[in-house]
Design a protein around this ligand. Sequence first.
Ligand code: FE
Ligand code: CA
Length: 533
Amino acid sequence: MRSSALGSRESELSRRSFLALSAAVVSLPCLDRMASMHPILLGLAGDNPFTLGVASGDPTPTGVVLWTRLALKPLEVDGGMPAESIELEWVVAHDEALINVARKGKILAGADMGHAVHVEVEGLEPDRWYFYGFRTRSSQSPTGRTRTMPRVDASPERLKFAFASCHHFEQGFYSAYEQMAADSPDMVFFLGDYIYEYAEKPKTDEKDARVRFHVGPKLQQIGDYRRRHAQYRSDPLLQRAHATCPWWVTWDDHEVENNYANLVSSLKDVDPIAFAQQRANAYRAYYENMPLRPSAMPKGPDMTLYRRGQFGKLLDFTVLDTRQYRTDQPNGDGHRQLNDAALSPLNTILGARQRNWLESSLVDSKATWNLLAQQVMMGLVAFRTKTEGERTYSMDQWPGYTDERIKLMRFMADRKINNPIVITGDIHSNWVNDLRVDDRDSRSPVVGVEFVGTSISSGGAGTAVPKTLSNLMADNAGLRWHNAERGYVRCTVTPKTWKSDYIVVDSVLKPNGSTLVRKSFVVEAGRPGVQVS
Ligand code: FE
Ligand code: CA
């Protein structure tokens, strides 16, 4: 629907299409009621601006954020949308037919926000499921399902959530999301690499295993970032997973560019001003495309994404941002020994402000479990080089910031933070790590557990038993399991136990991949360290 043409199109509409559209609207009773209160200006039949689905996020006990973004043509830089704003009606209801309305309102979707809207709904009941939807004057969105968190003083018996990361569009199908939606989790954490920034590249040879193709140049401009988000969001299984429950999202590097650190590009000879502009474009498009609170709206190249939430007295969690404030990776971005550069106390992956906020959040917490939802592996996992005896660590992950990593673990041990659990994405493989103050000292006590989840699709075909597995297990006392299949992790949390099920997909190179639970791990409250079940 192009609002600029509304007036003329209205008069052009035949009586027949008017009746057809009216019938479609009537089939959604509550929206019909809303419509009867406001005169309907009809767009053209067949114009569907809800091609990117709906989403919700950042729930509290009384509210949640609802999201949608209008795009008539998702693969066009402007989404095929007019420059004018479009009025949307939104509704939150107790039933899937959206009849029994809990809250409703109107909001404008403007071109300045890529025609995305972020509705902060308040006044809902704690610990309840709701349905929601949007409509323009001529179209309905798909209906989403969302929920509020329990009251902060409630004692929930169970929380079921999923976490995922890295869904490279070209490298595989999103079958994992079909299973995730079927699990019907209470919420989802997405831990980064929601899009990848690479340019479209034609298929050149038979070895190219890509299952579908990016559109557009390497991302730098706002329109290209918006279009890439739209391309990813047009996937029906990703839409289904978003519509299933509220998501808590954070980014890693590829939402801007591979392995960037703060305002430093990992590419050679990049003008810092140009990179700041690129980061501003990327952050803006990220905000627009995620179910985030308007308080997260970026200011130029800065956007506050770290935040906290809670699920009654069962779980407190922080969602971290280890990209925006970090110092540049020491020794380059690859695997290096833990030399003076890697161990320097000047290196930070959180930045002072976020670290102080994290520590006070942890000290404030009275919950049974404390979850840190973040991007890059916190375990100090040693890799073997070909030179015998040498151990290297990933400089793009927490080992590049070992001093800060050790101080954070020591803080959690000294302050006796309740049952710390870390969830992580980024490396397209599954890892389960017992975390010590310094993982290199296998005699020191375990403080917490890290569950690293593999990619949804990035990396393409996976491996159940990586070749390096036996060396890794021999060299790392904290490493309990490792695997490189595709999938996600499903967690069931009760006052007594934490269970993580590693769900894997048989193949992401074909649609409709099937899933199974490859392995499950349990942590008992009050007893740090993982048990294999
Ligand atoms: Fe990734
Ligand atoms: Ca990454």
